[in-house]
Design a binder for this molecule. Structure first.
Ligand SMILES: [Zn+2]
Length: 415
């Protein structure tokens, strides 16, 4: 067996073990007593429900990762990616079509095999804990739409990148980076007007107390909030959320109808203030810049490694004499995942820091108490974990824990 393949297999198994350990630690940590400051988040009955939910979702993710581990190891061991490539190549399409066909087949199989898990997650687990509102008809429509979007949007981007790869060896990473940045800016600008309407209805928030409170807050902090939209999240789940999207003139505030239903007006304004805090502290551009830097590193390394046929050989294309883009890309993705995990530690750490800053912005503007109440309510409604394990938080959490956030707000603003 070739060394590169062996390294890939070791990486996959080690990552699986790491995930098992972290999940195990987190499950144990759930039995800790509830911190004093969070004693009013859950009524006792509901906390019992939260604990069961935690166990059930973790066990379900064990099952999923174990099955996908077995599947990927078998596929790699038997060189099935290489065989798939040889079969597609026998049709003698041009190189770009060959790559598109390769990823279309893998993507379709991935989509198909994920459906049973999706059904179980939605109609058994989420249903049991009272979150699910998705009807079978909506589920089918959603699945088909997602597949079509990834085929058209993902396929289009992939075709361009593949073309660049074969056309420009040396400057591949620079040009590909430029294309990806333009693409992500475009995607961001068009997201709420093109993608969201395929799945949800968005209506402007009706005139009334809430809209007035939001506008009034925006005016006092000099951040005019003109477009507030309500999205019908309730057609899929009772879970609540709110977000900001777009840049400049395209930016809009989106509130889930489930959020409006469950939270008081001052709590919603506080959640919004937190989001404005992200804008004010330029977090959107910092994230964009870091993402660009990360893409630059990845593309540079890929462009360099993919010059050789070794990567294609590792995936089972044994007669590889020159690099095959899609096999190299796949092998590179697998080899790169430990570095990605390490980069993830940095980005998650930074993201948690930014969340503290956004909370501080809301609190500085007199909404600390409302934010705390709002966060507590959201945690209870979404059955969030109150006592995650610190190592699990360090690796996986993009937000600080509820306790950390409340402690920080209280320490800074109420003493
Ligand atoms: Zn945030």
């Amino acid at each position: 067996m070739n060394t590169l393949l062996l390294i890939i297999l070791i990486i996959i198994v080690l990552e699986y073990i790491l995930e098992l350990i972290l999940d195990g630690l987190n499950l144990k940590a759930r039995k800790q007593p509830i911190p004093e400051m969070l004693s009013d988040v859950y009524p006792p009955d509901r906390y019992k429900l939260q604990q069961d939910y935690e166990v059930e979702t973790t066990q379900f993710s064990y099952l999923q990762s174990t099955l996908s581990l077995v599947a990927i190891v078998l596929v790699l061991y038997f060189g099935l990616f290489g065989l798939l490539h040889e079969w597609i190549a026998s049709f003698s399409f041009n190189k770009i079509l060959t790559t598109l066909a390769f990823f279309a087949i893998i993507g379709f199989i991935g989509w198909l095999t994920s459906i049973p898990f999706s059904i179980w997650g939605t109609f058994v687990i989420e249903e049991k804990y009272g979150f699910n509102k998705t009807t079978p008809r909506l589920f089918v429509l959603d699945s088909i739409k997602s597949l079509l979007i990834s085929f058209t949007v993902g396929g289009g981007l992939l075709a361009i990148i593949t073309w660049i790869f074969y056309a420009t060896q040396q400057w591949f990473w620079v040009i590909a980076l430029g294309v990806m940045l333009v693409f992500s800016l475009l995607a961001n600008a068009l997201y709420s007007r093109v993608i969201v309407p395929l799945f949800n209805k968005q209506k402007p928030l009706e005139e009334g107390e809430l809209l007035n409170a939001i506008k009034e807050f925006g005016d006092t902090v000099g951040f005019p909030v003109n477009k507030v939209f309500v999205i019908d999240g309730s057609k899929r789940s009772t879970k609540a959320n709110a977000y900001f999207t777009g840049f400049g003139r395209n930016r809009r505030v989106v509130l889930y109808d489930t959020l409006i239903e469950k939270m008081r007006n001052d709590e919603i304004v506080a959640v919004l203030a937190h989001e404005i805090g992200h804008y004010r502290k330029h977090h959107i551009w910092i994230n964009f810049g870091l993402g660009a830097l990360q893409s630059a590193i990845i593309l540079y390394l890929f462009g360099w490694l993919a010059q050789s046929a070794e990567l294609s050989y590792a995936l089972g294309f044994e007669s590889a004499s020159e690099p095959v883009f899609h096999l190299s890309l796949l092998a590179f993705g697998l080899l790169f995942s430990p570095i990605e995990t390490i980069l993830g530690l940095f980005t998650n750490g930074l993201s948690r820091k930014m969340e503290f800053q956004a909370d501080a912005y809301a609190a500085d503007n007199g909404l600390g108490n409302s934010l705390i109440q709002g966060l507590k309510k959201l945690s209870s409604e979404n059955l969030s974990n109150l006592t995650p394990h610190p190592v699990y938080v360090f690796v996986n959490y993009s937000h600080p824990t509820l306790l950390q956030r409340i402690e920080r707000i209280v320490a800074k603003h109420f003493c």
